[in-house]
Design a protein around this ligand. Structure first.
Ligand SMILES: Nc1nc2c(ncn2[C@@H]2O[C@H](COP(=O)(O)OP(=O)(O)OP(=O)(O)O)[C@@H](O)[C@H]2O)c(=O)[nH]1
Ligand SMILES: [Mg+2]
Length: 712
């Protein structure tokens, strides 16, 4: 008997035919018996029709080399007589035709052809063949004539065992005909061992069946669906992606970062944008990812993997922190990282708290870059690349259910990709929080059971009021109202699942379409301050001092020109809760339109000012010349800009020279001149009252024209 591992039981060594063959080879003990058998079987091969008559002895005597049969000489001492064989067939042995079909066609046909065709001649023949069939060449079609010389390689014992195997495995094979491997393995074993194998095979078959159902829900349709290689590849791709969907869900974390951490990142972005303000878009992008790439990725990992990973992140940040001292107030390249750290402190307060407690170096208070908190950075232009989210691919599946032959296609459509939307927000004061790149969320892939993929979420980019959106130099949007939106990049449409292509002509469509890519654009954002009034004057005229005097704005004031480098907006509050916005513009000089001084780059912030406040220094000789130069620069920048409602403010009236120049100025200018001192606060009331008059006039004009005035 053969065991599972192909060895023989010691007790059956004398009964096994292959063992007997070994003995023959060794000692030629049974040479005579073998010779007789060969002669007999050669006779059978010559003529099956006359097999019975040609037999010199009952065929079962030579064929039934069962236990003990081979150990004797060619006599009638075989354990299996013909009647025994008939009994064996009747009690479960398969007919000879069955064995032939097994050999030629494989085990899948066993159950199909098991209807009893048990005749003795074929039985005798099949026994011969089956003894060969125990070899590995299981699926080979072996002519009977070729089985004769190979008979010595098999054994009747193996045949009997194999017969039992097939009989026991028939129910299994009927249920799962695809599991041919188990049949094949079991056919190599003996009947006793097969009992164990049967259960194993059944288990494995059932497992395979389940797994196959899970992996190939469209199993019944696969034969017809594999006609096109591309379709098949598409199916494989679909399934592979479907299986990895859980892991792939972390892909869009790059996008989840935006809405979740936008507020936190807005602050850190300010320092970055300040450094890259004059850079080109490519440089700016590169700078951004170079400066904060490691932290950026780590922070993403923290978002994705939860608090545990975030603690790791905080530890990883610690070495970087060591390089911050000495750069607190500086403007060096490391400011980006420093500011990121500070922003991360704000966003991840608990982590930062634990981190600070473990510090042993300089105190954390000293290391915090206070300069960034005290200084507001103003960015009035941005180059942004926006890409809409990609649409999800269409699903491709067929409904699968036990005993349901045709379930039909049930692949749902993919979800649409998310847009990138610019949204005006009055809380935003500059474009410093705008990133160089945005991408919408991808739509999800359509699933089985007609499940549609979810649409990708939109990414909203908050921009300040007065943001112009330009593309190739053309204004495509002007966001001036709070809450106003502009879709910068549309997301791609989702693909269609194979359910979508179901028709009467094609009941089992395998076609499904992928999602479309999102729209991609490169846009220029330009902020034009929408303040009501603009302070225009030469450097050192006292503009910033005046803004500090009439509002809560705190622009820098110093006794040197070009102290103010960025526009500042202050709000003048009135008792009736009206608010007038006043913008402090960097100083202009003669020839500013020729890019002298700071140039006219900031004059765009005056474009939207409804009225202008010309600030002249009364202490300088001939202050009216300053006024003429200012108007000339404004006209050079934009014709008609100097003709807006305005008032001339003679500052520094507290100085002695101012008292002499004031009447001269009033004689030479046609506009109203208000002499005041921003330093001492003298005559500020007149300015505030006149400012309110200008504002009221503006509001009435807007309302008379059916337009809504800008409110702060
Ligand atoms: N005596 C006197 N000094 C003034 C007055 N207003 C401003 N100053 C001084 O003038 C100098 C310049 O003041 P700023 O407010 O910085 O002038 P600015 O127009 O903003 O200058 P830029 O920002 O360079 O364009 C500072 O030293 C102020 O102290 C004033 O009313 N009287
Ligand atoms: Mg100033």
């Amino acid at each position: 008997m053969l065991t599972l591992d192909g060895k023989h039981d010691s007790a059956d060594m004398g009964h096994c035919y292959c063992c007997l063959l070994g003995q023959i080879k060794n000692g030629l003990r049974y040479q005579q018996i073998l010779h007789r058998n060969l002669v007999y079987l050669a006779t059978i091969a010559d003529s099956n029709q006359n097999m019975q008559s040609l037999l010199p002895a009952p065929p079962t005597q030579n064929i039934n080399l069962g236990p003990g049969g081979m150990s004797q000489s060619a006599s009638n001492q075989s354990l299996h007589s013909q009647s025994n064989l008939s009994d064996a067939i009747g009690t479960g042995l398969p007919p000879s035709s069955l064995m032939q079909s097994q050999i030629s066609n494989g085990p899948n046909h066993v159950s199909m052809q098991q209807s009893g065709q048990s005749t003795m001649p074929t039985t005798s023949l099949s026994m011969t063949v089956s003894s060969h069939g125990t070899g590995p060449g299981y699926s080979h079609t072996v002519p009977a004539s070729q089985n004769v010389p190979m008979q010595g390689q098999g054994s009747i014992g193996n045949y009997v065992s194999r017969t039992n195997i097939n009989m026991q495995s028939n129910p299994v094979s009927m249920m799962h005909q695809q599991a041919a491997t188990s049949h094949y393995n079991s056919a190599q074993g003996g009947s006793q061992h097969y009992q164990g194998q049967s259960s194993i095979a059944m288990m494995s078959q059932s497992n395979q069946g389940n797994s196959m159902m899970g992996q190939r829900p469209m199993g019944p349709y696969r034969a017809s669906q594999q006609g096109s290689s591309q379709q098949y590849m598409g199916q494989e791709e679909y399934y592979s992606e479907q299986y990895s969907h859980g892991q792939g869900s972390s892909e869009p974390m790059n996008q989840q970062y935006y809405p979740d951490g936008h507020g936190d990142y807005a602050y850190q972005q300010s320092s970055y944008t300040e450094q890259s303000y004059d850079r080109s878009f490519d440089d700016s992008t590169q700078h951004y990812y170079e400066g904060g790439n490691s932290q950026y990725s780590q922070q993403q990992a923290g978002y994705q993997q939860g608090a545990a990973q975030q603690q790791t992140y905080s530890q990883q940040q610690y070495p970087n922190q060591q390089s911050y001292p000495g750069q607190q107030q500086g403007y060096g390249p490391a400011q980006g990282a420093s500011s990121q750290y500070s922003s991360y402190q704000q966003g991840q307060g608990q982590q930062y708290g634990s981190y600070r407690a473990s510090q042993t170096g300089p105190s954390a208070q000293q290391q915090r870059p206070y300069g960034y908190e005290q200084t507001r950075y103003f960015v009035d232009q941005r180059k942004v690349r926006v890409v809409g989210g990609q649409g999800g691919g269409g699903g491709h599946s067929f409904y699968s259910e036990p005993r349901k032959v045709f379930g039909g296609p049930d692949g749902g459509n993919g979800g649409d990709g998310g847009h990138v939307i610019f949204k005006a927000d009055k809380q935003m004061k500059s474009l410093s929080s705008v990133f160089p790149f945005y991408q919408g969320f991808h739509g999800e892939r359509g699933g089985s059971k007609n499940c549609y993929g979810a649409n990708g979420a939109h990414v909203y980019v908050k921009v300040p009021l007065g943001t112009l959106v330009k593309e190739d130099g053309k204004v495509v949007a002007d966001l001036t109202q709070h809450g106003e939106e502009y879709v910068a990049a549309y997301g791609g449409a989702g693909g269609k699942g194979n359910r979508f292509f179901l028709s009467n002509e094609n009941r089992a469509p395998t076609l499904f379409t992928p999602g479309e890519p999102g729209q991609e654009r490169v846009l220029h954002l330009e902020l034009k301050t929408t303040a009501h009034a603009g302070l225009v004057g030469f450097p050192n005229a006292g503009k910033s001092s005046l803004l500090r005097a009439i509002s809560r704005a705190k622009p820098a004031v110093a006794a040197y020109p070009f102290t103010t480098l960025n526009p500042h907006v202050g709000i003048v509050h009135y008792q009736d809760y009206e608010q007038v916005a006043v913008a402090d513009i960097p100083g202009l000089i003669k020839g500013a339109h020729q890019n002298r001084g700071l140039g006219v780059a900031f004059l765009k912030h005056i474009e939207r000012c409804r009225f202008l406040l010309y600030v002249v220094d009364l202490s300088v000789p001939q202050p009216w010349i300053q006024l003429q130069d200012l108007k000339h620069e404004l006209e050079a920048y934009e014709k008609g800009l100097s003709e807006r409602p305005c008032v001339v403010i003679g500052n520094k009236s507290d100085l002695a020279q101012s008292r002499l120049n004031l009447p001269l100025l009033r004689e030479r200018v046609a506009e109203r001149v208000i002499a005041l001192s921003a330093l001492t606060g003298d005559n500020l009331e007149e300015l505030l009252l006149h400012l309110r008059e200008l504002y009221d006039t503006y509001v009435k004009t807007e309302q008379s024209q059916g337009q809504s005035p800008v409110k702060w």
